[in-house]
Design a protein around this ligand. Structure first.
Ligand code: DC
Length: 221
């Protein structure tokens, strides 16, 4: 039987960096489910689908195929066979992913893909509803969070390093709003599974968090 680790939490808590590193240390396959939602979002944007029109949305979803593969140990995501891994991190795609991932039909499309991967392999899967909906029997569940102030500071540093001008206050407001939306949406809202271990990374380094997760996994394997 495969061993599954679910990591959920809000945006900006360092999930993907930490998950990627922890998976490598444990020789697990890392599955970034956010990338799958982003690929569907890209497909919808390319088709200029009006996602508030259910018929149009269903039609577009029928034509959109998402799959994942690995190159040099890195997850690649394919949209109808095209590797779109380098095209899904734009603001436009983020905004569409945030809106479209709240729609049940969009989530439904990815459920089997995610569960099938976890059934076959030892995976460390990160997302928003992995421990609560996708892998309720995961052997280890982590809810990774950090204070709004910490997450805002991290994003502020990231953006200023890239030479982008931004305001810390605006970023904080943006994070608060996004948290509220993610936690209050009707379908698969972000919440901590009852049996998840809460890890607050506000005062921890990335390696501290990785060490904590790998230690918990090794205890249970
Ligand atoms: O983690 P991320 O920023 O790459 O996620 C992109 C979007 O997809 C984000 O709006 C949250 C959503 N998402 C989701 O609803 N469920 C998941 N399991 C993963 C991501």
């Amino acid at each position: 039987m495969s061993f599954n680790i679910a990591i959920d939490g809000p945006a900006g808590a360092g999930k993907s960096t930490i998950a990627k590193r922890a998976a490598k240390e444990l020789s697990f396959i890392y599955v970034d489910t956010g990338a799958m939602y982003r690929s569907i979002a890209l497909g919808l944007l390319r088709r200029q689908t009006d996602i508030s029109d259910e018929t149009a949305l269903l039609h577009a979803l029928e034509e959109i195929e998402v799959s994942i593969g690995y190159e040099d140990g890195e997850q690649q995501v394919y949209l109808n066979g095209e590797n779109v891994s380098g095209l899904i991190r734009t603001e436009e795609v983020s905004a569409m992913a945030s809106r479209s991932s709240a729609i049940p039909q969009v989530r439904h499309k990815l459920t089997d893909l995610q569960r099938n991967l976890a059934a076959k392999e030892n995976v460390l899967m990160d997302g928003r509803d992995i421990g609560t909906m996708i892998l309720p029997d995961a052997q280890l569940k982590i809810y990774l969070t950090a204070s709004v102030q910490t997450r805002a500071r991290r994003r502020f540093l990231e953006q200023t390093e890239k030479g982008m001008s931004c305001s810390l206050e605006e970023i904080e407001k943006d994070i608060e709003e996004r948290d509220y939306r993610d936690m209050h949406r009707e379908t698969a809202p972000l919440c901590q599974a009852e049996d998840a271990v809460l890890v607050d990374s506000s005062e921890m380094t990335i390696q501290d968090v990785v060490d904590r997760i790998t230690a918990l996994a090794r205890e249970r394997m």
